[in-house]
Every structure is written in structure tokens, then in C-alpha cells.
Ligand binder design. Structure first.
Ligand code: 16G
Ligand code: ZN
Length: 533
């Protein structure tokens, strides 16, 4: 049972700073690391309550600030099957974080317990991990204090990528069941991916080396370990920006976010024509690919391109396997390049849904398909296989050698892809497996369609909350009249498209624009930003 005096005594060592309002948003709690001590202590408490609520299932907690600067940190809760924390509980996280005194804290805990009919006597179990940030160890000890104050079973998973923590959470909760997700260890993760990868590329010549910019983060040592398990015969990896121990380097002028936003090579990367490269972000849950053309032009293959590549490959396999009953769909956000949507709908003939920004929205929508491919343009995404699809792929027998081969590849894909969340390591293997099968260069992959020139700008406004969107963030309903003005501007540009949305992670409004030429696109972005400001 819960000992409230014990909680209060522990909470004294993790006081909430005055005059700060914390919010559990799309990325969990995220801010300067020195403001997070009390928050993380309380997130530990929430993890325990969530575990008790869900019949003692193991809850995951990840301490990371992804692509943000090194001095930031953050924390996120992971539900038993590796999904993001259920949305209704985000409010409890916010309430707990903002309880000012020890007594307020106890009140909020009691409130959560009574609202959710939680049985206090149930045991609780929590697994946690952190990325390589220097602030990590101190925050972990705040977390452990919170977990201990409620006598939880604590599993320290050490330094890991975010997707590894999602993976292990699902493993713990499915161990020994029909849908066991794998061995709940780091080693188990590498083995699962490596075996699946080798199955898909067997008999195909190895591609040229892949340069990986690991953002000087946790992806560096983990990718190195994964590559060892795969072996050099099937995949040749060259790591750059892999210095995860020197302070000040994490995400600095490198990583997937830097490359995608700036549409340029990361620092320390001097690839030439025909080289192949990819960038992870700081916690290795995002990936983008890129190369330079004959004339030295930088070419980005972002999340949209990965969705097209993966969607096309899976559709071919499903067809070849003769599994007509399995439907494949793709989920995007408003940021998806217009050309990518046209390609998916008109060339691949797949249904495409558009949802608001944030993994939880994409993930839920993707669950509606038998095979749901979801990717944000920023490089975060994965593929979900429904129970029905998994059962079919597991049990079906091919009539011909060709069918059997396609079924075996689909089967391996279900293991290769981290279905809990977007995973840079797993997504890298997915792309490499497809390119190896097709024997494609990055340029051949890129030729599926040409991106429309696009621009994303931030606008600092007095109050971003007055901007209200609808239609998966593609239209503004408030402030009144603004959308009509945007429409008018957009109509003046060939292939023009633009939308405005308040950021969920920063105090800014984002303006996205695309148009037929770079010049027109920039003009459109600039003019729409002018309307917002
Ligand atoms: C968060 C989201 C990411 C999204 C980004 C948008 C998760 C795990 N992460 O990082 O998917 O692209 O927010 O940020 O959901 P914004 O609202 O500031 O544009
Ligand atoms: Zn990330």
C-alpha cells in the first residue's frame, strides 16, 4: 500500500521551483535540464500509479531531449505495449508536476487514485533508460527517489536509445505469451533485428558503405553494436559524429534535425558523388538519408521518401505473396511534401490519411490498416502490422517458390521493423534491406518523384494559443479571416500550398509553404509569415 508520509519525506528533496508552469506535451516534459528535478521525481510517481492501474504491467520511462541542445533534457512515459502514454493521463502528469507543496502533491496523487479506481496494494513495475546527456545521471536519481517512495519494482535499463526502451517495455509485458515481442535485453534487440535483416538480404550483393551521422549521441555506440551483430558481409557501416562522450557535441551542427531543417550536410561529413549517407537524431528515433549529385547539389531523402520506399516494397511483397485480403495504407501529416502524397495516391495507389503532428496521432491512424506505414517528414516513423496481418503472414503457405519467398520476406519484415515507435536503427535496416533487394542507389530511390521546394519558418507571436486549426492542422479556424487571406496568397502561386499551426513544443507559430519553384516557395512562406506576425 502507499505510504504518504514516505512520499512527503522524499518529496522534500525534490522541491518544485516557484513560478514555473510545466506541461506534458507532444514530447513529454522537455526544457532546460536544471528545471527538471522535481518533474522527474513526480513522473516516477505517475509511472508507479500507471503500473498499478494496469494490473502491475511494466511501464517505461525515458529520459531524453532528443534533437534538442545538450543542456536540455526531458522525460516521457511509455505504456505497456511500447506506445506513448494514454492521452488522458497526460493531464495527470501535468497536475503532478505543478503541485507546489508536498501536501499538494499528496492531494493530486489521491485524486488520481480515486478517479481511476486504482488498487493501492497492487505491486508496480517500472523500467527506465536515459540518453547520453550529462544531466542524465542526476535526473535518474530523482526518478529513482520517486519510484522508491512508492516501493515499485525498478528495472534500470541504462543508457539506451528511445526506441530500445519502447522495445524492452513491450518485451517485459509480453514475455511468455503468444505475442511475445522478444527477449527483454539490449542483446535480444540486436539479435532480433540482425537475424531479420540477414533473412531479407540473403543472396543479394552488399551495397556500398553507408555513412551514419549519429549526432554525437547514443545512436553511435548502439549502431556500432548492431552492425557487429549483422556482420560486415551484409552491411558496411561507417560512423561519423560518433563522439558521444565529449561535452558540447551532442546534436551540435549535426543529426537528422539539423540536416532536415537546414537541407544541408552535417558538420564533419564530406561525402562525394555516389556516396550514401544517413543522419540519426540525438536519441535515435529519427532518420533521414541524403547524397550529393554529380554537380554537388545536396539531395535529401526524408521521412516522406522513406514512406514511399517502404510502402512500395511492402505492396509489391503483399501482391507477389497473393495476400489480396491485406490492405496497406500510409499516414502522413500536413508537412508531407505534396509530391509525396501524389506519388503514394496516384502511382502506388495506396490510401493516404493525414493527421495532426505528433507520433501518437500517426500511430493511432496507422492501426486502422492491416499494414499501416506512418512517417513524419522529419524522419520519425515505422510500419504497424495488425494482428490479422501478423497471423496471416505467420501462417500462410505460398503456392509457388515466388510466393513463398515474398511471404518469408514479409515475415522477416515484421521482426525487422520496431513496431512500438519510429526507430532510426530499425528504419536504417529497413531502408538498407529494400535498397539491397532492389539494388538501387540513393539516386534511383530519389527518382520516384521530385519534392516540391518547401520552406518552414518560425514566427514568434504574442500568444500562439489564439491560433486554432482544423482538418489535420491544414486550415486555421481562428483568428477569424486569416485562413481566407492565406488562401488568397496561395492561389497566386503554381502548386502553392501553405498552412499555419502553433508549435506543440516551442513558444512559436510555424508556417509551412511549398510551391513549384524555390523562389516562389520562399516568397509564399515569407508573405504568409507576414500575415501571422
Ligand atoms: C514532437 C513529436 C514529433 C513532432 C514534433 C513537432 C513525438 C514523440 N514527437 O517532437 O513527432 O514532429 O513534436 O513539434 O510525438 P512542433 O509541435 O514544435 O512542431
Ligand atoms: Zn528523437
Amino acid at each position: 500500500s502507499i505510504n504518504y508520509d514516505q512520499i512527503k519525506a522524499a518529496a522534500v528533496y525534490h522541491p518544485k521551483p516557484q513560478n514555473i508552469k510545466y506541461t506534458y506535451g507532444t514530447a513529454g516534459f522537455r526544457m532546460k535540464a536544471d528545471l527538471l528535478d522535481s518533474v522527474i521525481f513526480r513522473v516516477g510517481i505517475l509511472g508507479v500509479l500507471r503500473s498499478k492501474k494496469l494490473d502491475s504491467k511494466t511501464i517505461g520511462i525515458m529520459i531524453t531531449a532528443s534533437h534538442n541542445p545538450e543542456q536540455d533534457n526531458g522525460v516521457k512515459l511509455v505504456d505497456p505495449y511500447g506506445e506513448m502514454l494514454e492521452q488522458s493521463w497526460e493531464d495527470y502528469a501535468t497536475l503532478l508536476a505543478n503541485a507546489q507543496t508536498e501536501d499538494d502533491l499528496v492531494d493530486v496523487i489521491k485524486q488520481i487514485i480515486s478517479k481511476n479506481d486504482i488498487d493501492e496494494s497492487k505491486p508496480a513495475s517500472v523500467v527506465y533508460a536515459r540518453d547520453t546527456r550529462p544531466s542524465g545521471p542526476a535526473l535518474v536519481s530523482a526518478l529513482v527517489d520517486g519510484l522508491k517512495a512508492l516501493n515499485a519494482k525498478i528495472i534500470d535499463f541504462g543508457i539506451k536509445t528511445t526506441p530500445q526502451l519502447h522495445y524492452v517495455t513491450r518485451c517485459y509485458n509480453t514475455q511468455g505469451t503468444m505475442d511475445s515481442y522478444g527477449e527483454p535485453t539490449e542483446e535480444g534487440y540486436y539479435k532480433k533485428l540482425a537475424i531479420a535483416f540477414r533473412k531479407i538480404v540473403v543472396g543479394k550483393p552488399r551495397l556500398s558503405p553507408i555513412y551514419i551521422d549519429a549526432a554525437n549521441g547514443v545512436g553511435a555506440p548502439k549502431m556500432r553494436e548492431l552492425a557487429k551483430h549483422i556482420g560486415n558481409d551484409n552491411l558496411e557501416v561507417i560512423l561519423i559524429n560518433d563522439d558521444y562522450t565529449t561535452q558540447g557535441k551532442l546534436n551540435y551542427q549535426c543529426g537528422a534535425d539539423f540536416v532536415k531543417t537546414g537541407q544541408k550536410l552535417p558538420f564533419g561529413c564530406s561525402i562525394k558523388y555516389q556516396d550514401r549517407a544517413a543522419s540519426f537524431d540525438g536519441d535515435a528515433d529519427r532518420i533521414v538519408y541524403y547524397y550529393v549529385d554529380e554537380d554537388g547539389t545536396f539531395r535529401l531523402l526524408d521521412g516522406d521518401k522513406i514512406a514511399g520506399l517502404a510502402g512500395g516494397f511492402i505492396i509489391d511483397l503483399v501482391k507477389t505473396a497473393g495476400l489480396e485480403g491485406i490492405n496497406v495504407g500510409v499516414v502522413q501529416t500536413a508537412y508531407a511534401n505534396g509530391s509525396s502524397t501524389t506519388y503514394l495516391e496516384k502511382v502506388l495507389n495506396v490510401p493516404v490519411s493525414c493527421v495532426p503532428t505528433g507520433v501518437k496521432h500517426l500511430h493511432h491512424e496507422a492501426e486502422k490498416y492491416d499494414v499501416g506505414v506512418y512517417f513524419e517528414a522529419n524522419g520519425h516513423g515505422t510500419v504497424l502490422f495488425s494482428q490479422k496481418a501478423l497471423k496471416t503472414i505467420q501462417s500462410v503457405k505460398g503456392q509457388t517458390a515466388e510466393q513463398e519467398n515474398a511471404i518469408e520476406k514479409l515475415r522477416a519484415l515484421t521482426d525487422l521493423i520496431n513496431q512500438t515507435v519510429g526507430d532510426a536503427l530499425s528504419d536504417l535496416l529497413l531502408v538498407e534491406a529494400i535498397l539491397t533487394n532492389r539494388q538501387w542507389t540513393l539516386k534511383q530511390w530519389d527518382q520516384a518523384y521530385s519534392d516540391l521546394p518547401n520552406r518552414l519558418v518560425k514566427v514568434v507571436v504574442e500568444n500562439r494559443h489564439i491560433f486554432k486549426t482544423t482538418d489535420a492542422e491544414r486550415k486555421l479556424v481562428e483568428p477569424a479571416g486569416l485562413q481566407e487571406q492565406i488562401n488568397k496568397l496561395v492561389s497566386e502561386y503554381k502548386d502553392g500550398r501553405s498552412f499555419v499551426r502553433p508549435s506543440g513544443t516551442e513558444d512559436v507559430v510555424r508556417v509551412y509553404a511549398e510551391a513549384a519553384t524555390r523562389e516562389e516557395c520562399d516568397k509564399l512562406a515569407y508573405k504568409v509569415a507576414g500575415l501571422v506576425y
